[in-house]
Ligand binder design. Structure first.
Ligand SMILES: O=C(O)CCC(=O)C(=O)O
Ligand SMILES: [Fe+2]
Length: 280
């Protein structure tokens, strides 16, 4: 089945063709190529959805202030359902289409949004990379809808087609939100996008809780070659401060803990400053 955009990086690799055929994913591939996102229906995901939602709500209550009740992070291993959830066949196949064979789980976190929750600003998930983004995708993110995605309910919002621009939205684009569309999706849907497409979400205007699991996968090549996790603060004591930088200890990547429910805020701000200074 020919794709509308005939670009080499988007060609389906031979080893994936049979899986994409068998699982009936050609429409999803076409969405990803043409719009930068797609909504996946997988019976395995639908069967797990109630358990995913219950586990997130339970674990979000265990999170310390100020994120208590609003997020639970570092989810894999905290409930058996998550090990099943990261392997949903249709999701993994499309993740592989976007970010290659051997893709690595980068983040498994969640958000709980109640009535009045503020909108999330427009962004591309390639947040820590300068433009132009490479022609191939760095990362893929899926949002697992555990209730229902409606505009009033504060669903994800996307500007379809912006993935081909290969850059971040600028201030004016973030303010104007031209072309922004809601991703309307039923309970149990998986909304998947690449790291380049511009998206955010709508404020929540209705009672109840929007509970979403955020699943990020990245290319195998982005993992460090060597893991220096064993070099602790005691080892770093008295060493030049640049060594801490080189080991990534001052940036937010890897700083999420179960108790905090998200990355270290000071490190996140520091990383944002670093990323902004390298952007055009
Ligand atoms: O919460 C949402 O609707 C979108 C969150 C988001 O931007 C993401 O997971 O990349
Ligand atoms: Fe995002």
């Amino acid at each position: 089945m020919p794709l509308d955009v005939a670009k080499d990086p988007y060609a389906i690799p031979e080893y994936l063709t049979a899986r994409i055929d068998d699982l009936g994913l050609h429409d999803n591939v076409r969405d990803l190529v043409n719009h930068g996102y797609t909504v996946i229906q997988d019976p395995v995901a639908h069967a797990l959805t109630d358990r995913v939602r219950e586990a997130i709500l339970r674990l979000a209550d265990d999170t310390a202030e100020p994120r208590k009740g609003q997020s639970a992070a570092l989810l894999l291993g905290r409930d058996p359902v998550f090990a099943e959830a990261v392997l949903v066949p249709r999701l993994l196949t499309l993740v592989e289409f976007l970010v290659g064979r051997g893709a690595i789980l980068s983040q498994l976190t969640s958000s709980v949004r109640g009535e009045g929750a503020a909108p999330l600003a427009l962004h591309a998930d390639n947040s820590w990379f300068p433009a132009p983004f490479p022609s191939w995708e760095i990362m893929a993110t899926a949002c697992w809808v555990t209730d229902e995605f409606t505009k009033e309910g504060g669903c994800t919002a996307v500007v379809p087609g912006t993935h081909v621009l290969k850059r971040h939205p600028n201030q004016q684009e973030c303010a104007e939100l031209n072309g922004l569309q809601p991703i309307i999706a039923a309970k149990g849907s998986l909304c998947l996008w690449d790291g380049s497409v511009w998206h955010g979400n709508y404020p929540r205007q209705i009672p109840g809780k929007r509970v979403v699991m955020h699943m990020t996968y990245t290319r195998a090549g982005f993992a460090p070659v060597e893991d220096y996790g064993h070099l602790d603060d005691a080892w770093l004591e008295g060493q030049p401060p640049e060594l801490r930088d080189l080991l990534g200890r001052n940036i937010f990547l890897g700083s999420t803990t179960i108790a905090s429910g998200g990355p270290d805020p000071a490190k996140l701000m520091h990383t944002q400053r670093l990323a902004r200074s390298q952007r055009a």
